[in-house]
Each structure stands twice: as C-alpha cells, then as structure tokens.
Design a protein around this ligand. Structure first.
Ligand code: ADP
Ligand code: MG
Length: 457
C-alpha cells in the first residue's frame, strides 16, 4: 500500500510544481521501502538526490503526513532499477494520447530546460469514474459528467460544477478528461486550474507569447478549468477567458468549469461571463451523506486490500463529515499506523489515534477568530485591523482572513470588512495565499491548527 501512497504524493506534487520540475526531479522516483520509521525513496542520480534533500524534503514530508504517513525521516537512495510504472503522459504541451497508450521510456533524466511551453496538462489518471463512489449529493454531477464523457460538446455545454472543498469536483472533471482520452486518444483535452491559467497568461504577456497561449487553449476539444472562483477580481483574465470560451463554444467544443460557489456568488465576475456560464448546465454538488461516506471509506480501504469493520467505517464517517480528502487522510493515517505495527484496525485504535468526533460548537464569531489570531502571534488587535504593512502584521492578518473563510465561510467582501479593508480582492488573495502556503509551510500550518484548537477548546 505504501507505493500507492507515494503515487498519491507524486500526484499532488505534479499538480503543484511546474511540469519541468516534475519531470526532472520526481518522475523517475519510486518507493524502495518503508521500515523502522524511515521512508526510503529511490532516485536515479545524485543530482536528483541532492535536490530532493535540499529543496523538496519539507514538501515531501508534508505530503506524506497528509496521506497518513509520518516517518521519522525520509531518505533518498540512488537506485538504478527500472523506473516505476507511472503512466503519466509526457507531452509537455497538450495531452493528446490516452496515458496508457503511451508507455514511458524507462530512463528519461534529460533536464527539461528544452520545454518551450510552460503548459502542463495536469490530468491525474488516478481520477476516473471507476474510482468515484456515487451517492446522494454527487449523483447528478456524476451523471452529467458521464454523459459529457460519452459525447463531449453535444450536451451540457458548458458544465459548471460547484460545491465545497474536498467533495470531488476535481476528481469528477478530471474523470471526464481521462474518459474522453480513453475513448478517443486523438482528442485534445486541456485541464488547467484557474490559477495556472492566470499564471500562464501573465507569463505569455511577459514573454510576448500570447498567441501561443490563445492557440493552446483554443485548440482544445475539451477544456477543463478548475476553481474558477480564483478569477474573481482579475479583469484581464476574465476578458481572455471570455474570448477562449466563445471560440470553443462556437466550435462546439466542450467546456467544463468548477468552482466553490455558483457564478452568481463569485465576486466581480463580469456579467457577460456569468451569463455565458448559465448557457449550459449548472450543478450544485452537495456534501456526501453518511451512507456515501461509509461507501467511500469501504472502497478506499478495499483499494489498500484492507477490510474495515462496520464500527470503524462508521467511526470514520462520523469523524469527518464533509471533506472527502480529510476523510481519506484520516483513514490513511489509521491504516499506516496499523500496518507499521502489524495491527488489525479496530475501533479502539481508531478512537485513540484519531480522537473522538470533532463536534464543534457553531457559535464562534468573526471577532473571536481575529482576537485569537492576534493573541497567537502576540500582536495587538488594532494593528491587525489597522493599515500597517509589516510582515509580522500582514501574515497574522492573512491567516485571520483564511480562518474566517474556512471556519465561518464568510464571503470575501465580508471578510474584508471584518478586517477593516475596503477592497475584497485583498481578502481573496490572502485566503488563496495562506491556503497554498499552509500545505508546505509548517509554521503556518501549526499556527492555523493551534488557533482553531483554542477557538473550539
Ligand atoms: P474538490 O476538487 O471538490 O476540492 P477533490 O476532487 O480534490 O475535491 O476530492 C478530494 C479527494 O477526495 C480526492 O482524493 C478524491 O479522489 C476523493 N473523492 C472525492 N469524492 C469522491 C468520491 N465520491 N469517491 C471517491 N473518492 C472521492
Ligand atoms: Mg479541486
């Protein structure tokens, strides 16, 4: 099962670092063994070993922990065995082939500075319809995505899928891309997160490659853009996306968009885009209900060749109620703990490892969150609410915004107001920034956990 975890970690790294970095540093790595609390990763040469040790070790450790593995240390060993079968497509520009039709060269350690485009196709083959558990809350989205995969561009165009964090939006929309390619390896599927789309556009402007950029996105048979909420406040981007949208839609190409909220709630979204999004189908993905959560746990445990007893499954399903990523994380933590000690997972181990259900009182106020954050960082509340721009004030302010968002689900304009800011794009930017940094920066992560613990204590 640990090779699976390593593959999962690689999957996340792939979505995080640039395509070039991924191919150069990570692609030919594999898990060699996990023993005595040491996680040993095999790497092809000493340069990669050094780079992983120096630059990426923290990120790798964090991602392992996120997947439930907390070794004392991670070691990188030069290993000349065959590269693992990681069936990612290697085309740096556009994904044109079904991943499995394209066996990888075993040795490919040429540094990829030759990449002329920075476009990453970003489809993760782990995300397929087969591995998606259908239940109340996601069945409509699943059905629509399935129909689109059969007949891209014909029905539901665009598809706009929205819902909370970790409920399977990315999984489903990538499943469409993977299925389209499986049916038709010649199809051009382009997947991008909105942030990536924005970044590539900015780069294209800078390097005067806007025609390449436009060509790339407009060549798609299926264009999938994830997390559209991040386009809020970015006027130039909205304009560019509008043109891309029109070009594709006119040519009957499929467009799929995800977001954490409906178009009507994305602040500063241009009306013309909002009305375009309403042309096709808008689907609200709901939180998974208890039965669906149980089914997801059973399926995922089964993938690890583990059978969990009903009390353990129910315990996990009660422990994490909305975010399936967290649900999976909790289960992985339990499985890894038991595997390392050769134990069979049971309710007692689950309870002592993962604690009781996190029943949280719901009456936390915005003010309490800001106060707690100020206290944690020992900075005066007035400074957080005031105009100061020093780093030791700005970071706590951004973290407060992030917690307001994640705990109270406040709108960005409201978050801005709570912090005495006029411009809500600052709030959007702050939340995005902390969201990103908290996955790699252990200080920030620790701060958030600690502040939340105290809030709910
Ligand atoms: P979102 O994009 O909505 O934030 P993701 O698609 O990234 O969420 O899902 C988070 C994790 O939960 C992924 O690992 C995904 O595979 C898993 N997941 C979500 N929904 C399901 C489901 N219905 N069945 C199986 N796995 C799921
Ligand atoms: Mg997502």
């Amino acid at each position: 099962m640990h090779e699976d975890i390593w593959q999962a970690v690689l999957g996340e790294i792939e979505l995080t670092v640039s395509r070039g970095s991924f191919v150069t540093w990570f692609k030919n790595t594999q898990l060699l063994r996990q023993k005595d609390n040491v996680f040993v990763v095999g790497v092809p040469n000493v340069f990669i070993k050094q780079q992983l040790e120096r630059k990426y070790n923290d990120m790798i450790t964090e991602l392992l922990a996120k997947n439930g593995v907390n070794p004392e240390r991670v070691e990188y060993k030069i290993h000349s065995g065959p590269a693992p079968e990681r069936k990612t497509d290697d085309d740096p520009v556009i994904l044109q082939n079904g991943p499995s039709n394209n066996p990888q060269p075993v040795l490919n350690q040429r540094p990829t500075t030759v990449l002329t485009h920075s476009y990453r196709q970003g489809l993760n083959e782990r995300y397929t319809f087969d591995t998606f558990v259908v239940g109340a809350g996601n069945e409509l989205a699943y059905a629509a995505c399935g129909a689109i995969a059969q007949n891209p561009g014909k029905k539901y165009n665009p598809l706009f899928l929205y819902g909370g964090v970790g409920i399977g939006k990315t999984h489903l929309i990538q499943a469409v891309g993977n299925a389209v390619l499986a049916n038709n390896p010649a199809a051009v599927v382009v997947y991008a997160s909105t942030e990536q789309f924005v970044q590539e556009f900015v780069d294209a402007l800078r390097f005067r490659k806007t025609t390449d950029f436009a060509k790339h996105y407009r060549s798609a048979d299926v264009l999938i853009v994830d997390d559209m909420q991040f386009i809020a406040g970015k006027e130039k981007m909205q304009e560019e996306f509008f043109h891309t949208f029109n070009a594709l839609h006119q040519a009957n190409k499929q467009i799929i968009i995800s977001s954490d909220k409906p178009p009507s709630d994305i602040p500063t979204l241009e009306d013309r885009l909002r009305s375009r999004f309403a042309w096709g189908m808008t689907i609200d993905m709901q939180n998974p209900d208890f039965e669906t959560r149980c089914a997801i746990i059973q399926t995922k445990a089964h993938n690890h060749d583990v059978v969990l007893t009903p009390p353990v499954v129910e315990f996990l399903a009660n422990l994490v109620q909305t975010n399936i990523r967290e649900l999976e994380g909790a289960m992985n933590q339990l499985l890894a703990f038991c595997e390392m000690r050769s134990l069979t997972p049971d309710l007692q181990i689950a309870t002592s490892l993962l604690g009781g259900a996190r029943t949280r009182p719901k009456h936390i106020s915005a003010k309490q969150i800001i106060e707690r954050t100020a206290k944690y960082f020992s900075v005066p509340m007035e400074d957080i609410l005031g105009p100061k721009r020093d780093k030791d004030i700005v970071v706590p302010r951004q973290i407060a915004m992030y917690i307001l968002r994640s705990e109270l689900h406040l709108s960005f304009p409201k978050i801005a107001r709570e912090l005495g800011r006029k411009d809500h794009t600052t709030a959007i930017h702050s939340v995005e920034k902390i969201e990103k940094e908290s996955s790699f920066d252990s200080d920030i992560k620790a701060a958030i956990i600690e502040i939340k613990e105290r809030l709910y204590a």
